[in-house]
Design a protein. Structure first.
Length: 272
Protein backbone atom coordinates (compact mmCIF):
# COMPACT_ATOMS: atom_id res chain seq x y z
CA UNK A 1 0.00 0.00 0.00
CA UNK A 2 1.38 3.40 -1.02
CA UNK A 3 1.60 5.87 1.84
CA UNK A 4 0.62 9.52 1.49
CA UNK A 5 3.61 11.82 1.14
CA UNK A 6 2.34 14.87 2.99
CA UNK A 7 5.43 16.89 2.10
CA UNK A 8 4.33 16.91 -1.54
CA UNK A 9 0.72 17.99 -0.94
CA UNK A 10 -0.67 21.53 -1.11
CA UNK A 11 -1.64 22.77 2.33
CA UNK A 12 -3.11 25.68 4.19
CA UNK A 13 -2.80 26.76 7.80
CA UNK A 14 -6.03 27.00 9.78
CA UNK A 15 -7.35 26.75 13.32
CA UNK A 16 -8.48 23.38 14.65
CA UNK A 17 -10.60 23.49 17.79
CA UNK A 18 -9.26 20.78 20.10
CA UNK A 19 -10.43 20.15 23.64
CA UNK A 20 -8.17 21.44 26.39
CA UNK A 21 -5.93 18.61 27.57
CA UNK A 22 -6.76 19.27 31.22
CA UNK A 23 -10.46 18.49 30.72
CA UNK A 24 -11.90 15.92 33.13
CA UNK A 25 -15.21 14.23 32.28
CA UNK A 26 -16.22 16.94 29.78
CA UNK A 27 -19.90 17.51 29.03
CA UNK A 28 -21.65 19.15 26.10
CA UNK A 29 -25.24 20.22 26.82
CA UNK A 30 -27.49 20.27 23.77
CA UNK A 31 -30.41 21.79 25.64
CA UNK A 32 -30.98 24.29 28.45
CA UNK A 33 -31.28 22.25 31.67
CA UNK A 34 -32.48 25.22 33.74
CA UNK A 35 -33.95 28.71 33.17
CA UNK A 36 -30.50 30.27 33.36
CA UNK A 37 -29.43 28.44 30.22
CA UNK A 38 -27.01 25.65 29.52
CA UNK A 39 -23.63 25.23 31.24
CA UNK A 40 -20.64 26.43 29.22
CA UNK A 41 -18.93 23.87 26.98
CA UNK A 42 -15.50 22.48 27.88
CA UNK A 43 -12.51 24.75 27.31
CA UNK A 44 -11.25 24.80 23.72
CA UNK A 45 -7.59 24.52 22.77
CA UNK A 46 -7.25 26.43 19.48
CA UNK A 47 -4.25 25.34 17.42
CA UNK A 48 -2.95 26.41 14.04
CA UNK A 49 -2.46 23.23 12.03
CA UNK A 50 -1.50 22.39 8.48
CA UNK A 51 -4.47 21.00 6.56
CA UNK A 52 -3.45 19.09 3.44
CA UNK A 53 -5.42 18.99 0.21
CA UNK A 54 -5.58 15.31 -0.77
CA UNK A 55 -7.23 15.86 -4.15
CA UNK A 56 -4.17 14.55 -6.02
CA UNK A 57 -4.10 11.33 -3.98
CA UNK A 58 -7.78 10.55 -3.40
CA UNK A 59 -7.18 7.00 -4.63
CA UNK A 60 -4.49 6.38 -1.98
CA UNK A 61 -6.57 6.98 1.13
CA UNK A 62 -8.66 4.08 2.48
CA UNK A 63 -11.07 3.55 5.34
CA UNK A 64 -8.98 0.77 6.87
CA UNK A 65 -5.65 2.56 6.59
CA UNK A 66 -6.52 6.26 7.03
CA UNK A 67 -10.08 6.24 8.38
CA UNK A 68 -11.59 7.99 5.37
CA UNK A 69 -12.00 7.48 1.63
CA UNK A 70 -13.78 8.93 -1.38
CA UNK A 71 -16.07 7.97 -4.22
CA UNK A 72 -17.85 9.83 -7.00
CA UNK A 73 -21.57 9.85 -7.69
CA UNK A 74 -23.87 12.49 -9.14
CA UNK A 75 -26.07 14.13 -6.53
CA UNK A 76 -29.65 12.84 -6.83
CA UNK A 77 -32.30 15.52 -7.27
CA UNK A 78 -34.20 15.35 -3.98
CA UNK A 79 -35.58 17.63 -1.30
CA UNK A 80 -32.88 16.98 1.31
CA UNK A 81 -34.74 19.05 3.90
CA UNK A 82 -37.61 16.53 3.82
CA UNK A 83 -36.58 13.81 6.25
CA UNK A 84 -39.03 11.28 4.85
CA UNK A 85 -37.72 11.74 1.32
CA UNK A 86 -34.13 11.36 2.48
CA UNK A 87 -34.96 8.15 4.34
CA UNK A 88 -36.86 6.51 1.48
CA UNK A 89 -34.81 7.75 -1.49
CA UNK A 90 -31.30 8.52 -0.24
CA UNK A 91 -30.73 5.98 2.55
CA UNK A 92 -30.82 2.96 0.19
CA UNK A 93 -28.31 4.64 -2.10
CA UNK A 94 -25.95 5.24 0.84
CA UNK A 95 -26.30 1.64 1.96
CA UNK A 96 -25.24 0.48 -1.50
CA UNK A 97 -22.26 2.83 -1.51
CA UNK A 98 -21.04 1.55 1.86
CA UNK A 99 -21.40 -2.05 0.71
CA UNK A 100 -19.32 -1.35 -2.37
CA UNK A 101 -16.70 0.59 -0.41
CA UNK A 102 -16.28 -1.94 2.41
CA UNK A 103 -17.37 -5.26 0.93
CA UNK A 104 -19.48 -5.80 4.04
CA UNK A 105 -22.44 -8.17 4.13
CA UNK A 106 -25.12 -5.88 5.52
CA UNK A 107 -25.68 -2.14 6.03
CA UNK A 108 -28.20 -0.50 8.34
CA UNK A 109 -28.79 3.23 7.78
CA UNK A 110 -30.21 4.94 10.84
CA UNK A 111 -29.75 8.71 10.92
CA UNK A 112 -28.69 11.82 9.05
CA UNK A 113 -27.98 15.52 9.52
CA UNK A 114 -28.27 18.37 7.06
CA UNK A 115 -25.89 21.21 7.91
CA UNK A 116 -25.86 24.72 6.53
CA UNK A 117 -23.92 27.87 7.35
CA UNK A 118 -25.71 31.10 8.14
CA UNK A 119 -29.17 29.62 8.53
CA UNK A 120 -31.36 28.77 11.49
CA UNK A 121 -34.20 26.34 10.82
CA UNK A 122 -35.63 23.34 12.61
CA UNK A 123 -33.81 20.23 11.47
CA UNK A 124 -30.91 22.17 9.92
CA UNK A 125 -27.67 22.26 11.91
CA UNK A 126 -24.52 24.38 11.68
CA UNK A 127 -21.21 22.68 10.86
CA UNK A 128 -19.57 21.01 13.86
CA UNK A 129 -16.68 23.17 15.02
CA UNK A 130 -14.81 20.91 17.49
CA UNK A 131 -12.54 17.98 16.62
CA UNK A 132 -14.35 14.79 17.60
CA UNK A 133 -15.14 11.18 16.78
CA UNK A 134 -18.78 10.10 16.94
CA UNK A 135 -18.43 6.98 19.14
CA UNK A 136 -16.46 5.57 22.05
CA UNK A 137 -15.80 1.98 23.12
CA UNK A 138 -18.89 2.23 25.34
CA UNK A 139 -21.29 4.16 23.14
CA UNK A 140 -20.74 2.14 19.94
CA UNK A 141 -22.01 -1.24 21.22
CA UNK A 142 -24.74 0.54 23.18
CA UNK A 143 -25.91 2.15 19.94
CA UNK A 144 -25.97 -1.24 18.20
CA UNK A 145 -28.21 -2.56 20.99
CA UNK A 146 -30.50 0.47 20.69
CA UNK A 147 -30.83 0.12 16.93
CA UNK A 148 -30.85 -3.61 16.27
CA UNK A 149 -33.18 -4.96 18.94
CA UNK A 150 -33.26 -8.74 19.26
CA UNK A 151 -30.59 -9.11 16.57
CA UNK A 152 -28.06 -7.09 18.58
CA UNK A 153 -26.27 -9.98 20.33
CA UNK A 154 -25.78 -11.85 17.08
CA UNK A 155 -24.50 -8.74 15.27
CA UNK A 156 -22.22 -7.66 18.12
CA UNK A 157 -20.42 -11.00 17.79
CA UNK A 158 -19.42 -10.02 14.24
CA UNK A 159 -17.13 -7.29 13.00
CA UNK A 160 -19.10 -4.07 12.69
CA UNK A 161 -18.24 -0.47 11.81
CA UNK A 162 -19.98 2.89 12.03
CA UNK A 163 -19.37 4.78 8.78
CA UNK A 164 -20.62 8.26 7.89
CA UNK A 165 -21.41 9.14 4.27
CA UNK A 166 -20.69 12.87 3.86
CA UNK A 167 -21.19 15.05 0.82
CA UNK A 168 -21.90 18.68 -0.10
CA UNK A 169 -25.40 19.53 -1.25
CA UNK A 170 -23.96 22.39 -3.27
CA UNK A 171 -20.46 22.84 -4.52
CA UNK A 172 -17.80 23.80 -4.60
CA UNK A 173 -17.61 24.12 -0.82
CA UNK A 174 -16.27 27.61 -0.10
CA UNK A 175 -17.17 27.98 3.59
CA UNK A 176 -16.26 25.81 6.60
CA UNK A 177 -15.12 22.69 4.71
CA UNK A 178 -14.78 19.36 6.48
CA UNK A 179 -11.35 18.24 7.69
CA UNK A 180 -10.45 14.69 8.72
CA UNK A 181 -7.33 13.60 10.56
CA UNK A 182 -5.38 10.68 9.09
CA UNK A 183 -6.19 7.96 11.62
CA UNK A 184 -2.63 6.61 11.41
CA UNK A 185 -1.42 9.85 13.04
CA UNK A 186 -3.82 9.82 16.01
CA UNK A 187 -3.11 7.76 19.12
CA UNK A 188 -5.62 6.46 21.63
CA UNK A 189 -4.16 8.89 24.17
CA UNK A 190 -5.39 11.79 21.99
CA UNK A 191 -9.06 10.98 22.69
CA UNK A 192 -11.08 12.06 25.72
CA UNK A 193 -14.51 10.55 26.35
CA UNK A 194 -17.13 13.31 26.53
CA UNK A 195 -20.83 13.22 27.43
CA UNK A 196 -23.50 14.66 25.15
CA UNK A 197 -26.45 15.71 27.28
CA UNK A 198 -29.91 15.72 25.70
CA UNK A 199 -33.24 16.45 27.42
CA UNK A 200 -34.14 12.76 27.61
CA UNK A 201 -30.85 10.87 27.31
CA UNK A 202 -27.06 11.02 27.32
CA UNK A 203 -24.54 9.83 24.78
CA UNK A 204 -20.78 9.64 24.52
CA UNK A 205 -18.35 10.82 21.87
CA UNK A 206 -14.60 11.26 21.77
CA UNK A 207 -13.25 14.79 21.95
CA UNK A 208 -9.70 15.20 20.63
CA UNK A 209 -6.60 16.62 22.31
CA UNK A 210 -3.91 18.38 20.32
CA UNK A 211 -0.91 16.44 19.08
CA UNK A 212 1.55 18.01 16.68
CA UNK A 213 1.87 14.65 14.89
CA UNK A 214 -1.69 14.92 13.58
CA UNK A 215 -2.02 15.14 9.81
CA UNK A 216 -5.22 16.91 8.86
CA UNK A 217 -6.71 16.52 5.39
CA UNK A 218 -9.49 17.98 3.26
CA UNK A 219 -10.65 18.11 -0.33
CA UNK A 220 -10.32 21.68 -1.58
CA UNK A 221 -13.36 22.94 -3.46
CA UNK A 222 -15.31 19.74 -2.81
CA UNK A 223 -18.15 19.27 -5.30
CA UNK A 224 -21.59 17.76 -4.72
CA UNK A 225 -20.67 14.64 -6.70
CA UNK A 226 -17.74 13.93 -4.37
CA UNK A 227 -18.51 11.73 -1.35
CA UNK A 228 -16.36 11.18 1.71
CA UNK A 229 -16.69 8.08 3.87
CA UNK A 230 -15.63 8.58 7.50
CA UNK A 231 -15.06 5.65 9.82
CA UNK A 232 -16.18 6.44 13.36
CA UNK A 233 -15.77 3.02 14.96
CA UNK A 234 -14.57 -0.43 13.89
CA UNK A 235 -14.10 -3.71 15.75
CA UNK A 236 -11.76 -5.21 13.13
CA UNK A 237 -8.66 -5.28 15.31
CA UNK A 238 -5.30 -3.58 15.96
CA UNK A 239 -4.07 -3.34 12.35
CA UNK A 240 -7.21 -1.59 11.08
CA UNK A 241 -8.07 2.01 11.93
CA UNK A 242 -10.81 2.34 14.53
CA UNK A 243 -11.67 6.05 14.91
CA UNK A 244 -11.38 9.16 12.73
CA UNK A 245 -11.23 12.67 14.18
CA UNK A 246 -13.05 15.25 12.08
CA UNK A 247 -14.31 18.83 12.24
CA UNK A 248 -15.16 21.82 10.09
CA UNK A 249 -12.70 24.73 9.90
CA UNK A 250 -12.42 28.24 8.52
CA UNK A 251 -10.16 28.60 5.50
CA UNK A 252 -7.79 31.58 5.77
CA UNK A 253 -9.01 32.93 2.42
CA UNK A 254 -12.65 32.81 1.37
CA UNK A 255 -14.53 34.38 -1.55
CA UNK A 256 -15.96 37.86 -0.95
CA UNK A 257 -19.45 36.50 -1.58
CA UNK A 258 -19.35 32.81 -0.60
CA UNK A 259 -22.20 30.44 -1.41
CA UNK A 260 -21.98 29.02 2.07
CA UNK A 261 -21.80 25.36 2.94
CA UNK A 262 -24.75 23.00 2.78
CA UNK A 263 -24.04 19.32 3.35
CA UNK A 264 -25.55 16.03 4.43
CA UNK A 265 -24.03 13.27 6.52
CA UNK A 266 -25.72 9.89 6.69
CA UNK A 267 -24.87 7.50 9.51
CA UNK A 268 -24.58 3.82 8.73
CA UNK A 269 -23.74 0.56 10.47
CA UNK A 270 -21.78 -1.96 8.39
CA UNK A 271 -21.76 -5.62 9.44
CA UNK A 272 -19.16 -8.04 8.10
Amino acid sequence: MTAINYADLPKISATINYIDGSAKSPEFFLFDPDPNGRPPPPKVDKREMSIHDVRTCMDLVTLDNNGFSFCLQNLPTLNYEDSGTVKTKYYPLCADLVKIETNCKEVYVFDHNVRETGRRKSGIFPPARNAHNDYTNESAPARVKDLMGNRADELLARRYAFINVWRPLRGPVDTQPLAVCDAKTVGSEDFISAHLRYPDRSGKVFSVKHNQSHRWCYLAGMEDREIMFIKCFDTAGPNITKYTAHTSFYEPQQPKSPKGRKSIEVRTLAFF
